[in-house]
Design a protein. Structure first.
Length: 261
């Protein structure tokens, strides 16, 4: 009896450890189809979408291109949705047919926030007001779904696995007593809910989210090789050991292990 209880305790601890650190087998499977609306911004070349509330900066050089969207409050989740990927389809309605033939779908990454406009009603200009789920698409992506004159279209959407070439990228900014790490190019669930850093002279240290996908640590890490560990919203984690050499410099970017898709 005592041996059975001991074995049960060990199994419980192993399960708790797996849940805590995201060591879950398999890959991110996405979510169910839901309804929303979509508009567009940023101009025909999407130049107006650069920067944004996720902190990704130049979306071209970071690999996101024009396949991006700003999310309303209901979807943005205070920035934790940054990096999440969505499949979106335009939906024609009775007496309204601005969607392109065949209802083509697009794949986008969340890179920005569409703020509410409480001066306008939610159904007439205040498209991103809570609790509306809304996508403000980069203009080239909107035009793949519908005609320009539509302006706003009803859509269906679902979370999908992000497929990103190469590894997760960690860009280390800041100064000696302040490290601000921008995390980009995340595959799988795409979004990051926890991040940690480890120097060769330290244990793993949790970082706090500063804004978007910028995570901060106030530890002095200069002169140490750096490892990073991140956990996505599906509770899976990825650790990248010693990817920044001891002579790393602020402003450099280092590629680590990505999630499987």
């Amino acid at each position: 009896m005592a041996e059975a209880l001991h074995l049960l305790t060990l199994l419980s601890l192993l399960l708790l450890s797996s849940t805590s650190y995201g060591r879950i087998p398999g890959v991110y499977s996405g979510g169910d189809w839901q309804t929303a609306h979509a508009t567009f911004y940023g101009g025909s070349d999407a130049s107006g979408t650069m920067g944004g509330a996720c902190g990704y900066g130049n979306l071209y050089s970071e690999g996101y291109g024009v396949n991006t969207a700003a999310l309303s409050t209901a979807l943005f989740n205070d920035g934790f949705a940054c990096g999440a990927c969505f499949e979106i389809k335009c939906v024609n309605q009775a007496g309204w047919s601005y969607c392109h033939a065949g209802s083509p779908s697009i794949l986008i990454t969340a890179t920005n926030f569409c703020p509410p406009n409480y001066a306008l009603p939610s159904d007439n200009g205040g498209w991103c007001n809570p609790p509306r789920p809304h996508f403000d698409l980069a203009m080239p992506m909107f035009l793949k779904l519908a005609e320009y004159r539509a302006g706003i279209v009803p859509v269906t959407y679902r979370r999908v696995p992000c497929r990103k070439p190469g590894g997760i990228r960690y860009t280390v900014n800041g100064f000696k007593y302040f490290n601000l790490v921008l995390i980009t190019n995340v595959a799988g669930a795409g979004d990051i809910t926890r991040a940690s850093v480890k120097g060769t002279k330290t244990n793993w240290m949790a970082m706090s989210r500063n804004w978007g996908q910028n995570w901060q640590s106030n530890a002095v890490l200069v002169g140490q090789a750096l490892s990073f560990r991140v956990t996505a919203s599906d509770h899976r984690s990825s650790a990248s050991w010693n990817i920044a050499p001891a002579n790393w410099q602020f402003g450099q970017t280092f590629a680590g292990k990505n999630f499987r898709v």
